[in-house]
Ligand binder design. Sequence first.
Ligand code: HMG
Length: 387
Amino acid sequence: MNVGIDLIHFSTSDYYLGLDAFAEEKNIDVDKFYIGIGQEKMSIAPPDEDVVSLAAKAAAPILEQIDKNSITAILFATESGVDQSKSAGVFLHGLLNLSSRCRVIEFKHACYSGAAALQMATTMVRANPKEKVLVIAADIAKYDVDTSGEATQGCGAVAMLVTESPRIIAIEPGSGYHTEDVMDFWRPNQRKTALVDGKYSTKVYLHSLKQAWQHFTEETGRTFDDIQHFCYHIPFTKMAEKAHQTLAKVAKVKLSPQEFKAQTLPSQVYNRIVGNSYSASLFVGFCSLLDNLNENMANRRVSFFSYGSGCVAEFFTGLMQPGYEKVLMSASHRKQIEQRQPLTYAEYLAFYHEVDDEVENIEFERHNKGPYRLAGIKDHKRYYQTL
Ligand code: HMG
């Protein structure tokens, strides 16, 4: 039985900060960002946008195409959770008016949780093909101002419907894993922003890739040449390029510049202008591949490398399904990205500091253009609005 992603759609916020404006403010050569880390823009969430409103924006176009009462579970992956107890997915469940015969759970391990939720969903469907699982990966990447991480912020959400006989990609059994207790990036409970040992984190990422690949080849017997397209977790696009160079080296494969580009570049187009979206980033990369490769990918194998700091990593693959191109929502992705409004550095800082969802009562000024927004907090309870 084939199990995998039947529909996929992603969302991002209505605003961005260009790294040209960022470089000018910080008096840094812009090529450090455009070339050095391979980033041009970062999506910035206004105060009335959170992972629930982003997730609803990502999921709604999927629900319009199916009987939404057929969804049996929501697996919501995030490290920007909105409550220490209630899962973000239950807020989403209410906002989208889903059936009560649907269970909801939140997944967490840094950027890895999106892949963990997807794999859990495939396991659920293999055990009971009647299951239709809505997987959400949604995050807002936020670092302290004037730290090395500030240029690698961003936000986004990806919604994936996981079913049997999927129309887009069948996820193949067999993965390689790597887990190691390290402190490369973390966010203690009392902090809104992540702490990071930046250079160390890039080394652990590449080490985890080598270990997970080794395990993957032992488990599946597959080789580099069995894979046509490679998707990586993308904190910034240069990281994905370094990952692919590393993998080719470990697999002892010599790639021409054209082969290298063809295998990885289409999956980086969106991430370069959206920024890091943590748990969603790998799947924003997959959407980017689907929307930006001008070739038919039917029956080709795509690999996914998920890395979550701390750290947990997984390498797995899927097979593209014939006719997948008929169900893509590429136009919606492009429209969202193109319609974003640029912010000056001062406007970005105003959003950055305005967010205050720890207070008991607040009504947020309207910045988010919808279709869903965080309207306010009353007696410590978040409430949302459909526009
Ligand atoms: P930095 O100190 O700002 O930058 O840190 P740098 O000085 O290392 O420069 C970056 C690159 O730009 C270098 O190239 C420079 O040579 C080059 P490299 O040596 O890396 O090949 N450069 C230039 N190139 C052209 N023209 C110029 C120029 N100037 C410099 N004028 C760092 C960079 C990535 C450390 C920083 O951005 C950071 O701390 N980011 C946050 C952490 C991060 O993203 N880590 C990635 C791996 S961990 C991960 O992916 C997990 C994560 O997503 C979280 C989760 O799991 O939840 C983060």
